[in-house]
Design a protein around this ligand. Structure first.
Ligand SMILES: C[S@@+](CC[C@H](N)C(=O)[O-])C[C@H]1O[C@@H](n2cnc3c(N)ncnc32)[C@H](O)[C@@H]1O
Length: 262
């Protein structure tokens, strides 16, 4: 796992010493962080359940800018991050006849490219946020992709109980587990095997730490690779770290999960 700077995977962003050092180095970021902390504290008090809380965070962020809400500060970066996801799966053999489930599809930063490439009806995007799914529909319209009939569905959990057995060649979750507590990830692992074809795979990115696992504002969660690999294995899946993702300009790491026999 050579790709990330040693410092960035060792740092504990929730520690007081890190916060003080960061504030001294970035004084301009103190006021926005205080504002975000206040907003998130209020939203957490109103929504004790994580999914409800994060849906409220997305509503607040998407009201300002759907592209910023999925983590892209500029439109160019939004385009580049979507292309990075698309190119990676194409290099890993994605073909138009395959069926794809995009968990946490957001406003289709990558999704529009998959929709355009895959056969009609083969893209299935799910998200917890109605606000971002409304923005996703605008992306479908602005890219003139109506004929591809993508499925875009709201979800409250990751049990996939509305989806058929062994249906998807590719399941994908980009920058979703970086915002998820371990219970959400475990729920996904407990159920994803049922909807994955025998030779299919599930790729997800995560914020990696090699130090103590931690979270910031219950918005950003940092996990050790070994934790996620072991969790997948406990649910009868095989999991491996994808070194070739680390060569791209993206802050997160990637793991691929398959059926154990695959
Ligand atoms: C950082 S955005 C990334 C969106 C998209 N994957 C992309 O790369 O553009 C994270 C998305 O995941 C969604 N999300 C967060 N937790 C989720 C969950 N437990 N199930 C489904 N979607 C979730 C958010 O609403 C948001 O749209």
């Amino acid at each position: 796992m050579p790709e990330k700077k040693a410092r960035s995977v060792a740092v504990n962003r929730s520690s007081v010493s890190h916060k003080v050092r960061y504030a001294i180095a970035n004084p301009g970021r103190i006021a926005p962080h205080v504002k975000r902390t206040a907003r998130d504290t209020w939203l957490r008090l109103r929504h004790p359940d994580h999914v409800d809380y994060y849906r409220a965070v997305m509503a607040s962020d998407a009201a300002r800018s759907p592209e910023a809400a999925v983590g892209s500060k500029t439109h160019d970066r939004w385009l580049a991050l979507g292309k990075m996801q698309f190119d990676y799966l194409r290099e890993h053999g994605l073909s138009p006849d395959q069926r794809m489930l995009d968990i946490g599809c957001g406003n289709l930063r990558a999704g529009w490219r998959f929709i355009e490439y895959l056969d009609a009806g083969h893209y299935y995007g799910i998200d917890i946020s109605p606000d971002i799914l409304i923005a996703a529909k605008s992306t479908v319209a602005s890219r003139a992709l109506q004929g591809k009939l993508p499925h875009l569905t709201i979800t409250q959990n990751l049990t996939f109980d509305f989806l058929p057995d062994a249906h998807f060649d590719v399941v994908h979750a980009h920058s979703v587990f970086s915002h998820s507590p371990i219970e959400v990830i475990e729920e996904c692992f407990a159920h994803v095997g049922r909807i994955l074809r025998p030779d299919g795979f599930f790729d997800f990115t995560f914020d990696r730490t090699e130090g103590a696992e931690h979270q910031v504002l219950r918005e950003d969660f940092y996990y050790r690779t070994s934790t996620l690999v072991a969790l997948a294995e406990r649910h009868g899946l095989a999991a491996r770290f994808m070194d070739d993702w680390g060569t791209r300009r993206h802050g997160q790491s990637k793991i691929r999960v398959t059926h154990r026999a695959a």
